[in-house]
Design a binder for this molecule. Sequence first.
Ligand code: HDD
Length: 713
Amino acid sequence: MENLQDDKHRDLSKNKSDGTNKFLTTDQGVKINDDNNSLKAGERGPSLLEDFILREKITHFDHERIPERIVHARGSGAHGFFEVTNPIPELTKAGFLQEKGQKTPVFTRFSTVAGGQGSTDLARDARGFAVKFYTQEGIYDLVGINIPVFFIQDASKFPDLVHALKPEPNTEIPQASSAHDTFWDFISLMPESMHMIMWIMSDRAIPRSYRMMEGFGVHTFRLINEANESSFVKFHWKPKLGTHAVVWDEAQKISGKNSDFHRQDLWDAIDMGNFPEWELGVQVIPAADENKYEFDLLDPTKLVPEELVPVTIVGRMVLNKNPDNFFAETEQIAFHPGHVVPGIDFSNDPLLQGRLFSYTDTQLSRLGSPNFHEIPINRSISPVHNNQRDGHMRQEINTGRVNYHPNSLAGGCPFQAKVSEGGFSSFEERIDSHKTRGRSESFNDHFGQAKLFFNSQTDAEKSHIVRALRFELGKVETTAIRVRMLGLLSQVDQKLAEQVAKGLGATVPPVLERPLNHGVSPENEMGDQESQTREQSVAASDALTMVKNPTNSATIASRKVAIICNEGVSEACVNNMKNALLKADAKGFIIAPHLGSLLTQENGAIPVDFSFLTASSVLFDAVYVPDGEELNALAENDDVSEFLNDAYKHCKVIGADGQASKVINAAPFASKINNDDDGLILTNEKGSADFAQEFIAAMGKHRFWEREVNLYN
Ligand code: HDD
């Protein structure tokens, strides 16, 4: 019997472009006649086991999920390219860094660390920044984060850190949040984490967009040149759009309004042709300078201040294509810090050394097979020839009978490559030492750079750190953990600790004579190595703040402005602002009490993008209320008040022209307005070009922190 109920939707002409017809088939290629009904013994009878079409479909469905990543489960990625702008052959023989203009395809995946796959994008967390370079010499993965340091110094503590950070095992609460007892219990006993804690409590941990984050390789790596000379290197990604964040109250609200905020932001930007771009920079430390600094280059809780070693830009990365299929590409991509190419090598950083084991191991259980390199997104573009064979889901059909080396039957093929032929050889570092489980004394300074980071922040940023710590420790139920944390914070900055303590209704304990050190238990606070605070040769660094970050400029490219309108809105005002925003590469969206369109003052109609139900201030960078006729109704609308109040509270630009100031003056924050507030742009004029320019210039200053109560100063 023919079963073509969907005949009326058929358009076979659309399906011929790739030369195949697009009939529905089974996985074995058999055309399916009815995909809507299972095979039954009579129309009202039981289903038949014989129905291979039903069984195949359900079986495949039953196995559609693979284990999520143990950390970094939630992420988004995109394709793009890396282009060399400043070749560095004198430092590295890596083929993809040799010539100006040389391009290498990349796939980049951004992620949060703690939450599960369906968790919110706006958690307070580090963000993964992992780049796969498909070079002519094989795959190179730079698997970094948006923070230049890490919590721990030795890989053996990573499972403990992650156990403590993830939801507590008895309740599986909380999701994607470090604000709970087990995390802070662990941290309060691990003073080496204090530098990273300062970063995580700063606004770096709540980025405005993946496109507005710096990226860091964290560890010190090695570059090796043709002469086999090695230098140490730190990798940096610098975003073209500057480094920006949201505020914590905003982050929590975004999590409710659109928990896919960062994922959608990345997708939409690429979809609209606003391709995000970063510069790749290197800090190069000559081998002879290995022991020159007050910190150890091998200690991943330390950064190299840019004042000591400047960042040299070597190229740029542009992400210009969204994946076609999230699962096939973003989910199945397998990164590994051990995927390196000749010219790049490892340092002895004990965290990096442990990572070199972990990543392949995790892919084996996550992707389920040693053949994960054959999944299209993971495939090298340079040819792969070896004697690795078989295993689950093997794709390659290797021919011939020789699957070993050395051999004579295949003429010795595939051959080993000499170094001069591009063969990888590890840097021959001389090691003359005792086998030990110890940790170098040069790793003992746990507070020097935590202070450097904190002292580099502006007052507003310090205040945000106080607020974040009050929030996080305020969620901790065990008093002893809070007190231990206050003790550690006081070793970073006494006033910081006191301000946090005030919010917790606690007092800062006196500093222990010998502070806690590497992971000691509370009963045995005297470990065998002391932690110290070493004077830093750099007291403060602008590269470490977000407000004064050198990557920032007045660009508002790709920013979103909410234009709050009602019936009778002035089309002239709306168009004036929309056009000015477009010229600045930003975009205005019409938000109104209802969807559809609005009748304008000029008797035209403008389409509405969002209603107050589906939009919220936290999803936009600034708010504008244009002149119009039904402004009293807007002024009395609770949704509008909340919209404007949030924009004000989150220190965003708010503008109104013509009669629309009355809407601002009716908002709850009106009594607090300070005449010096440069983020409030109000004019009686209607639709003036100067007004729009002033609004855009104010947006270029990003946020107006003066509105906040400062908790530090
Ligand atoms: Fe890791 C994933 C970055 C320490 C073990 N890590 C993972 C991802 C990033 C990082 C960006 C996600 C990659 C993706 O998008 O698929 N990890 C870091 C950084 C670290 C770090 C910058 C310290 C400097 N990681 C670290 C240690 C270990 C791991 C010390 C284990 C000893 N990381 C893993 C893992 C993951 C992972 C369990 C989970 C999924 C995956 O590898 O592919 O193997």
